[in-house]
Ligand binder design. Sequence first.
Ligand code: FUC
Length: 826
Amino acid sequence: MKREGPHTLGVVRPRDAAAQVYLAASLALSFAVPAVADDPALTLWFDHPAQDWETESLPIGNGALGAAVQGGVVRDTLQFNEKTLWTGGPGSRENPAAGYDYGIPTQSRVGELAAVRQQLKEKGALKPEDVAGVLGNKITAYGNYQSFGDLVLAFPAADSVSDYRRSLDLSNATARVSYRADGVHFSREYLASYPDEVIAVHLSADRPGSINFSAHLQVPDNRSAEVHTRGKRVTINGQLHDNGLAYETQLQVITEGGAVQTAENGTLTITGADRATLLLAAGTEYAAEYPQYRGQNPHRMVQARLDRASRKAASDGYPVLRAAHVADYRNLFARVDLSLTSNAIQNPPPIDRWLENYAGGHGQFDRALEQLYFQYGRYLLISSSRDGSLPANLQGVWNNSATPPWNADYHANINLQMNYWPAEVTNLAETTGPLFDFVDSLQAPGGVAAEKLLGARGWTLFLNTNIWGFTGVIDWPTAFWQPEAGAWLADHYYEHYRFSGDEKFLRERAYPVMRGAAQVWLDSLIKDPRDGRLVVSPSYSPEHGDFTIGAAMSQQLVRELLHNTRDAATRLGDTAFASELNIALEYLDPGLRIGKWGQLQEWKQDLDDPENQHRHVSQLYALFPGDEIGHHTPALFDAARTSLNARGDAGTGWSRAWKISLWAHLDDGDRAHKILAAQLKDSTLPNLWSTHPPFQIDGNFGATAGIAEMLIQSDDHAIQLLPALPSTWPTGHITGLRARGGVTADMHWREGKLTRAQLYVHSDRDIQIQLPDNSQHNLADYTLREVGSQKILALTGKGNRRSFSARAGTRYLLSRNNQNSAAGQG
Ligand code: FUC
């Protein structure tokens, strides 16, 4: 775990005034409920308990733990998860004879691979079923992400219930249920604390002695379960039947006033309390270590966590636990503020109605919903990806099923990557820690996979992975062969370096992974007999068409990886490897071709059908998230637009989300916004979870990234401010976005024009600023000042792209001339 030492109240940064207000308000908690009012612009609320887990849960999480707030008045079920509770893997009894093989066949498949390559040389294309018949692998014991269980709270029936509200406030990552029953106002607050490693539920009422309820833990029957009680604590532990994975969860109640009874069956009964706090910890013996993936029995860890949190809550009270959580969360969340409305929304409708009434972005409520949806993506990422646990899976950390869709695993032909698209640009770089730890842990099995399946050195994976080092292949023809997945994941490391400029990270973390991923391709690219270029074979454009040689996405991904690795090798003095990469790059087919109807070709041959509206738009990788196509490549830029137009604006959740970023990179803010609107109308559930369908979280993350890409873009060439501002967002501001090269940017705009931008630069460098080439903007009308000294700096260059030399640790203000100060407020 990479913690910076104990998180205490001291982590409240003095400049984070809001956190201090929360702290003060929490400490002043009295019988008046709710203690802290929700921030209306950042709150999702329902006027009823969840009637359906998928569409109405309100999620909380601390990365490792997640919970879905249902909020029933008489029976409240808090379904919870811990990321490492999976069936399958080593020791699975699914098919004892076959066992678990990481998807990697015992015998090398290099001979079969050579045969497929030969056939492709001869025929040019092969049906996916035929390739899967030769290279696919019947798998067993892949496993599924599991629900850990439910914390069930039972309350006395009430004659009259009114004012019911179930809400989630993104400004402080707390959920709340409140209602009036028989004249008493009750409140339950739910949070998942990262610093204290527990889920907490705090129950209060405005009349002393009125907290009466029972609480028990319930776990699914696919495991052994022993119940132990000690004082006001209940423990359930056992092993999953499938793979023997040891798990444990503990629940503690702390009350003020009243009495607690602990029954042997594990039910805690609380009577006549003024307030009560429930604390829950959970874990398994999982360790991310190939080949066994087992560590210590979780008992001590779970016990220690709950002991620590309980001591804190018992001596200092729940407000202190809450304040530490809020401070920790806001340290990440509060970095970015987006405003698309001129007045903050005061009384938003319940989220299901708000979404239903959403009419495509016209009017304050629509824009406020878009704003909320953007921040929800950031909230979900913070809640499902924190250091010390696994990365966000297809459902983040939230799953209530024993057989979730796609096993709730990690798909790496776009989905896992998309989960992390918002991380850097929306200033949540810390959330990438679990992704890098996870990909690091794939090096060992991924090395065996590369050797057995490709006959290559280095490491890779082929499409999907679980928590058990699955790096081999499945046998589903539609998607089983994507060995470029390793290249794509390795590029995330380099992106982290490009945004942060962190040389130590490049040397110690990024480079070894990138080098291994690149090695695979040095060993397995082949020479295309047609033109002598180096190509990927067999190559498959996700998840349609035939297998061919050198499809666009394969080539683009490999080229980006070799390119980045070459740059890193040169920087780090690995010159021999840098020259090997240079030679390969010289002969590598770049996967960028313009076809007969002006499209960007998806395959090396000109096979594209203008009627094809498949959800994957893989040939556009080079436009986004790659940056090979941009203003610097005008012909390819136009071809990308032609292809994207033909593909249409529809799609599943993640597919629409990708298209938001793609249109943003084609400078078309209105088109990006049109897709965002469709995303909200047709690919979003009432609780704002994205739906494929079913619920799949990548669409949330991809859309949040898309909104950021509408407002800022950066590459080695320039930082583009407001590159794709839609006409429906005439006035607004965003603070705290990040650009490559260690820059943090705030922007204010009015009537579609940038009024001012502030850039905080973290290292000495030349910065090129680019404003949109439209009639609204002329960079000559702006003045650049150093904040503090007020010194005016010259911008050199022409048109809307000009540069200046920036100094580390300095803020620069770019403001539109002839504006009175009010106009600058945006
Ligand atoms: C990719 C997509 C599917 C689905 C799956 C989890 O294979 O093409 O649509 O999202 O991932």
